[in-house]
Design a protein around this ligand. Sequence first.
Ligand code: BG6
Ligand code: MG
Length: 221
Amino acid sequence: MKQKGFIFDLDGVIVDTAKYHYLAWKKLANELGFEFTEEQNELFKGVSRKRCLEILLEIGKVTATQAQFDYWMVEKNEDYLSYIEKMDASEILPDVPRVLKFLKQHRAPIALGSASKNARPILEKVGLLSYFDHIVDGNSVTKAKPDPEVFLIAADLLGVAPKHCVVFEDALAGIEAANRAQMVSVGIGDATVLTGARHCFANFTEMDNAFLQGLLQPATG
Ligand code: BG6
Ligand code: MG
């Protein structure tokens, strides 16, 4: 019988930071002379900072030198960091602590699998860092989601076979990454958007302990 492993995305699953990423990208777009809508921001979920800037410049039809590109990457992150500076536990998404506590009570190994290079300080700020046995973030990977690298590293660190891992994700790219890693993908968000997810819930409040108990059942084989 094999123990299950649990991997959580950060932005949009544990904390609602998408709005801060959006504000920082919008500020940069406006400085460069074009608009950036919340709808366009959907394309940025789960996507690395570098790829986000490439998409933003495509949207604004802006060509950049390498030096400008690097400068804007830093500027966006500094703005983002100023927005998240005052984050606290009130910005944890509903029922995330219940789910983490339930899994911990059942001695399940837990990892973070995020594209963000700011993951660790955010978990510290909101007081959830201690729930995680391992942190795999944007500093640990060479290939961005939908590549499964981030989740495969997490499974390896947890010592659990990928097929016995469960991934909680709010982004299409993340669901695809989990599926490509042969993991059980659980979408957190709109089921009409997260179509590839094995299971989908609007938020953790919709996910009861009986469902979690089912995920925890040791696997055979
Ligand atoms: C992901 C977010 O978690 O992290 C993306 O969904 C973001 O929107 C990416 O671009 C990288 O984050 P950071 O904090 O390294 O810029
Ligand atoms: Mg996310």
